[in-house]
Structure formats: structure tokens, C-alpha cells
Ligand binder design. Structure first.
Ligand SMILES: *Cc1c(COP(=O)(O)O)cnc(C)c1O
Length: 384
């Protein structure tokens, strides 16, 4: 990656972030303690949900949420093929069955009509993924889920700070998972959280996060805590470290600023590429606030003189890094082996994937760099 003079991504870590981590390291408390508690409270206020559990990844957050709802063999969990593997892997690990529903072409988000077609009496959970930070059709999804007693777990790995029709992502579904992975809009290196409205659920997640220990056991980290604990059920080991949480608090404090920066860069991409006939620009709704985790364009492979893969190669040759989000789940070997799907099952997702390129977008990117990426794209797509 070192050869890219405009990388696809670079994390936004400043001196305040470094200081926050260093102070925590000096404090002597390395694992889950005060910073984790404080991060949970600050996240709860930010995403407008009463309960937040900070954990060590979004993958863990989703796994714990499903486990806390006792999802297991015989249960079906509906999600999109247009996501990172983690969204569906956690379903498989619990012994439940992932069911995939195709996306909408304009914003790559799961299509409520496709969800409805695939709901069965075994459907227990729907996991919408807010692709690139654009909110899914939550009103429609909740209206399908609620009367049937189906839970909604939002995969908001791309969507911290996003809003759906004036409501924060995190304040809508039964539970919402966020990612603080290195490349996400705010980071703790590795980390994540699950927001919810249900105290009993949140307490169960807390127990499952740390070996299934009784609630009191968590207090053994407090001064004067005791050595005594009880394993109430079989849990996992998904807790967040306190220095990661310190980084998270520092990042959260400036998240809105980082999102504004992403938005300005996205607007520049739109202004520059509006008239490029060989590209389809990302769709979004004016009713929502988009966190712009990704800026994904689609090459019109039918008409473009240069197909998507060559565009990526030629951008790389000019020192411009890109990525592709996502390879549809049913294209992967492990998913193939489940035997549920074949090529052609999700035509909208397949077509989206064939044209998709994620362009460089990170808070420290400059407008001049956006212009350079666009100029390169235009030259490449002219085919000369
Ligand atoms: C990054 C990502 C995840 C996984 O997040 P981790 O914190 O790395 O576990 C899940 N879903 C989507 C859509 C993602 O992009």
C-alpha cells in the first residue's frame, strides 16, 4: 500500500487521542474499567439509546446480541448479501440459518419488499446493514418486524452518527451494533458496541461478554472488589480494554467534526463527477443524515470503454488506492458450501458488485486530492 500517494484510507489519530491512551496506560488499569463505563454512557447519549455495551468488535456485538436473544438451531436470521461476512458468520456460529434478501439498486441497502418475500414462521431476527452510512428503510423494516415479533438488529458498522428521518441510528431497532475497527468512522483499533432499549438484554449481553460471570463479578475490577465470582452461564471473552475505550472517548468527542469533513469531501466528489456518463454515483435520501463511511461509485460496465477491474488497476498505477465493498456473501467459498445459494440469486447485489469501486475517503484527505482522484477517473473512463 505504501506506493499509493493517495491511499484508500488513513486513520485520523491526533495528539489528544495519543495522550488519552498514554494516560490510561500510566494509570495501571488496562482492562475493562472506568473508561469503558464512561464510553458506554457517552455513546448512549450520542446514539440516543438508554443502554450501551462496549465490546471488542462489531462482530462480537452482533454475536452477543443474537446469543442474548437465544438465537440458535431452527431459527432464521434475515440479512443482506451485500455486507461484510461478519454480519452472517455470527448467525452460522450460533447454529441458526442465514437467509439473504437482495438490495435496492440506488443505495445498496436491503430491499424491504425482498425481506417480506423471505419471512417465514422461523424468522427471528432481521439484520439491516446501513451501507456506507446511508440508513436502511427502517420504518418499513420495523413495520414488517414488529407485528410478527421479529427482532431488528441493525449492523451500523458504517453508520455511527447517521440519522434516519431525524432519528439517530442506534435509537430505532431493538439493538444496534457499531464498529470501532481501524478503518471505521471512529476507532478504538479494534472495538465495537451494542445499543439497546432493554435493560435485561443489556445485562445479559454484559454477562455473556465476560465468561458468563454474575453481575457482581464485574465489580471485582472496582477498588475493594472481591475475588468471588460465579459462572452463571457459558459466556465469551469479548470485553473492551480501558485504553481502547480511552481512544474511543477521544474519537467520539470529535466524531461530528470528522463526519462533517467526510461530508464535505463527498460533496466535492458529487460536484466533480456529476456529469461523468460512465459512472453511477451513490444514492442517498435527503431525509437522512449520511455518515459517509464510504463513497462508492459504480462503473457502467455495459457502456464504459474501460471495465471496473481495469479502472481499479489504472487508478493504482497512478498511485490512487481504492477498495471494493462488498463481494456478495454467496460468492464466498464458505457460504457456497452451505448450499443455500447460487449465482443469479441476488441480481441487484451482483450487478452492484460488478461495477462498484470505493474511492478514497478519510477525514485528513484534502479537496485537492479529491479533485486529483476525479481527474484520474475521468481520464481513465474516457478510454484514451
Ligand atoms: C467492519 C464491518 C463489520 C465488522 O466490524 P468489526 O468491528 O471488525 O467486527 C461488520 N459489518 C460491516 C458492514 C462492516 O463493514
Amino acid at each position: 500500500m505504501a506506493e499509493f500517494h493517495i491511499p484508500f484510507f488513513r486513520p485520523a489519530i491526533d495528539e489528544d487521542d495519543i495522550q488519552a491512551v498514554v494516560e490510561t496506560l500510566r494509570s495501571g488499569w488496562l482492562t475493562t474499567a472506568g473508561n469503558v463505563k464512561a464510553l458506554e454512557a457517552e455513546l448512549a447519549a450520542y446514539v440516543q439509546a438508554p443502554f450501551v455495551n462496549a465490546v471488542n468488535s462489531a462482530t462480537a456485538a452482533m454475536h452477543l446480541a443474537l446469543a442474548a436473544w437465544d438465537i440458535g438451531p431452527g431459527d432464521e436470521v434475515l440479512t443482506t448479501p451485500y455486507t461484510f461476512s461478519a454480519t452472517a458468520t455470527v448467525v452460522v456460529h450460533l447454529g441458526a440459518t442465514p437467509v439473504l434478501a437482495d438490495i435496492r439498486a440506488h443505495d445498496f441497502n436491503i430491499d424491504p419488499a425482498e425481506i417480506e418475500r423471505r419471512i417465514t414462521p422461523r424468522t427471528k431476527v432481521i439484520i439491516p446493514v446501513h451501507f456506507a452510512g446511508e440508513s436502511c428503510a427502517m420504518d418499513e423494516i420495523m413495520a414488517l418486524a414488529r407485528p410478527r415479533g421479529i427482532k431488528v438488529l441493525e449492523d451500523a458498522a458504517h453508520a455511527i452518527g447517521s440519522m434516519y428521518r431525524g432519528r439517530m441510528i442506534g435509537s430505532i431497532g431493538d439493538a444496534t451494533a457499531f464498529s470501532f475497527y481501524a478503518t471505521k468512522n471512529m476507532t478504538t483499533g479494534e472495538g465495537g458496541a451494542v445499543a439497546s432499549f432493554d435493560e435485561a438484554f443489556s445485562e445479559r449481553v454484559r454477562r455473556l461478554t465476560l465468561h458468563g460471570m454474575s453481575k457482581d463479578a464485574w465489580n471485582r475490577y472496582d477498588a475493594g472488589g472481591s475475588w468471588r465470582y460465579d459462572i452463571v452461564e457459558f459466556g465469551f471473552k469479548d470485553n473492551l480494554t480501558d485504553f481502547a475505550a480511552a481512544l474511543g472517548r477521544s474519537q467520539l468527542a470529535k466524531l461530528d467534526q470528522l463526519t462533517e469533513r467526510r461530508t464535505a469531501l463527498a460533496q466535492r466528489y458529487f460536484a466533480n463527477l456529476r456529469d461523468e456518463e460512465h459512472l453511477i454515483l451513490p444514492g442517498f435520501s435527503e431525509e437522512n443524515r449520511q455518515a459517509w463511511h464510504l463513497f462508492v461509485v459504480r462503473v457502467r460496465n455495459e457502456s464504459s470503454p474501460v471495465p471496473r477491474d481495469d479502472v481499479i488497476r489504472q487508478l493504482a498505477a497512478r498511485g490512487i488506492g481504492t477498495s471494493v465493498h462488498f463481494i456478495p456473501l454467496h460468492y464466498h467459498t464458505a457460504y457456497r458450501k452451505l448450499g443455500h445459494w447460487r449465482d443469479g440469486d441476488f441480481p441487484v447485489a451482483e450487478k452492484a458488485f460488478e461495477g462498484a469501486i470505493s474511492l478514497p475517503l478519510f477525514p485528513d484527505m484534502t479537496i485537492v486530492q479529491v479533485d486529483e482522484v476525479c481527474e484520474a477517473l475521468r481520464e481513465i473512463l474516457s478510454g484514451v
